[in-house]
Structure formats: C-alpha cells, structure tokens
Design a protein around this ligand. Structure first.
Ligand SMILES: COCCCC[C@@](O)(c1ccccc1-c1ccccc1)[C@@H]1CCCN(C(=O)[C@H]2C[C@@H](N)[C@@H](O)C2)C1
Length: 338
C-alpha cells in the first residue's frame, strides 16, 4: 500500500458484512490486535492478559501482556464501558499504540472482563474509538487526537471504506489524514456536525420509495462506523418493516427472499442531498442449505430526548457512501463508494 499523506492506509477485514475491523499494535515489541474503528465511541480497549481464564470472550481473543512490553507505563485507574449490548470492565494502562503506521503514546483500557454476550461472537479483539474527546470515558485523550497533536497528518481527517461483498479484498480501508480515491467516485458532499462534539448531523427526513415517511420535522442522524446496521426509533422502524412486509423473529427482521427485488429504496435526507439505499444495500441475503434467509439490516432503537429521537447510520450505510470524518472543519463528507 502506497503512502497517503504521511500515513499508511489500514486494510480492514469484512466479516459477513456485519463486523469490520483492522490491525493495530500495542507495546514494544509490538503486540497485534484487531479492533473495530468506532466513530460512536472514543476509548481504546483490548482484552488483558490478566483477564480471568473463565471469561471465555477474553480467553478466545488476543490479550495485551504488559509484562512483555518495555514501553508499558502502569496506570491502574478503573474503567468500565456499557454498550447497547454488552459491557467491558478493566483498568487503564499506557503504552505505544501504532495505527496506520503512526506511533502514539496512548492511555487505553485493559479489559479484565468482557460480557460473553456479544463478545463471544466478536471476530475482533477490541474497539478503537474514533469519536470526539468529550465522549471519552475518564477524559482520556482519544487516539486520533493524540495523532493530530503530532502534526503528521496533511489534513485532520480520517476516512472509512467498507466493502459490501465479503468475497472482495480488502474488506475495507481506514485512511488517516486523507481519503482514498480508489474507493469512491464523484465529489464529496459535506454537512456540518451538530455542535455536540459527536459524529452526528441534522437529518431532514427519511423517505420510503417516493414518500417522506419519517423524521419529517427533522431529527438527528449519527454516522456510526461501529454499528453493523441502521437503527431508528421503534415506531418508525416497525412502520417501515410493515411497509416492506418484513417479519420480526429472534434474530431480527426477515423478508421473503423472492420479494426482495421489488423492495423500495429508503432515502436519508442529509445536508441538502438525498442518500438512497436499495435492497442490495439493506438486505443481507444468506444462502442456506434448506432455504435462503433475507435479513433486513435495520434495527429499532429508541434513544430518549433530548439526545433522541435519532437514527444511527452504520456499516450498511457507509458501505454505500464512502465517508470522510473531518475534525478540522467539524463536518462529515459522503461520496459514492465504488
Ligand atoms: C462495523 O463493525 C461493527 C462491529 C460489530 C458491532 C456489534 O454488532 C458487535 C457484534 C458482535 C460482537 C460484538 C459487537 C460489538 C459490541 C460492542 C462494541 C463493539 C462491537 C455491536 C452489537 C451490539 C450493538 N452494537 C453497538 O452498540 C455498537 C455501536 C458502536 N458505536 C459501538 O460503540 C458498539 C453493535
């Protein structure tokens, strides 16, 4: 991979279009970890060597061993993070983290306990939050802020490409300091983030087919590279699922695979532009032995006001629209992914 603005792009792995992650190293000599680059959070954590052998989720992943690193600095402050599903508990440590070829001395969390659900299903080891400092737990300076303060980036931006087809390689790419023209076509359309210091924007509405059906009076859209799916208010998502004839079962909304090609586009009105997803973008078609399964990659999630009501645009959106996260201008840019 050639050099882009002083950094090396990080190729990402795409696991079944639902988990995207890439490699970083921590410590000297470097210890390898696969992490989700998550714009919806702002902390770095990886499983710890000191985690209990009974913590299956921890035991089946790469673990950081402080005793093997000559650049390790003890901290010991407690740490815990609660996700929509799952939680992580541990303690803080400091060491040299290398992301996209750039070293940064970083305070991160060693996870001593990981909830079995959902981390036993994780194909990655940890999470590297790419969010703003004000959402960082314990006020820890996030990795990207540590990199920006070194003034090695041509532009204070990072960009994410997620592939749509697990068979293509690479499954995605993170660029620090720029964008990668290999993965988008046309121009970027930009929109300012809300003043909250989060990767979220004002959305003007959500249409199904030609009809504006949701968020007509405006709402918030979070652009979240750490979410597999799109989430929306439960009332809106259930109305949308009813409209496309989807049934909710224990693992999400399903549609009959032979109706899929007739499904309407779902359009998100952001920054004066319309971003449409077709069935190819929002249906996960899994060929199984007995019958194919077609999962709708939308989930209901109610976030109470004042934060909500909100939609979270995750990997299935980013896979269609190559995304540039601009910390210099506090804006997000979308271009058509190729
Ligand atoms: C694109 O790749 C996405 C990675 C998968 C995310 C995820 O699907 C997952 C699946 C299996 C095992 C673990 C995790 C997982 C769990 C927690 C953190 C990171 C990954 C998450 C499942 C629960 C809801 N969800 C979030 O809240 C996410 C929302 C996001 N902002 C994070 O903070 C947590 C997404």
């Amino acid at each position: 991979t050639d050099d882009k603005n002083g950094t090396v792009p990080t190729p990402l792995t795409n696991y079944l279009d639902t988990q995207y992650f890439g490699e970083i190293t921590i410590g000297s000599p470097p210890q390898l970890f696969n992490v989700v680059f998550d714009t919806g959070s702002a902390n770095l954590w990886v499983p710890s060597q000191s985690c209990s052998p009974f913590s299956t989720a921890c035991f089946t992943h790469n673990r950081y061993d402080a005793s093997q690193s000559r650049t390790y600095v003890e901290n010991g402050t407690g740490f815990s993070i609660q996700y929509a599903a799952g939680n992580v508990r541990g303690f803080l440590s400091e060491d040299v983290v290398v992301v996209g070829g750039i070293p940064v001395v970083q305070v991160f969390a060693e996870a001593a306990s990981l909830s079995a659900m959902p981390f036993i299903f994780a194909k990655f080891d940890g999470v590297l939050g790419m969010g703003y400092p004000n959402v960082a737990i314990d006020g820890i300076t996030p990795v990207f802020d540590g990199i920006m303060s070194q003034h090695v980036l041509t532009e204070e931006v990072f960009s994410i490409y997620y592939s749509r087809d697990p068979k293509h390689s690479p499954g995605g790419e993170l660029v620090l300091g720029g964008t990668d023209p290999d993965y988008y076509s046309g121009n970027f359309n930009y929109m300012d983030t809300k003043e909250t210091g989060k990767w979220e924007v004002n959305m003007k509405g959500v249409s199904v087919g030609m009809e504006m059906m949701f968020c007509a009076e405006g709402c918030t859209a979070v652009i979240d590279s750490g979410s597999s799916y799109i989430t929306g208010p439960a009332s809106s998502v259930s109305a949308l699922m009813k409209n496309i004839g989807a049934q909710l079962d224990e693992s999400g909304y399903k549609v009959n695979c032979n109706t899929v090609k007739t499904l309407p586009s779902v359009t998100f009105h952001l920054g004066g532009q319309e971003y449409s997803l077709t069935w190819e973008d929002y249906i996960l078609w899994q060929t199984q032995i007995e019958a194919d399964v077609c999962t709708v990659t939308f989930r209901a999630l109610d976030v109470p006001p004042p934060t909500g009501p909100m939609w979270i645009l995750g990997a299935n959106f980013i896979a269609r629209y190559y995304t540039e996260f601009d910390r210099r201008n506090n804006r997000i840019g979308f271009a058509t992914a190729v």
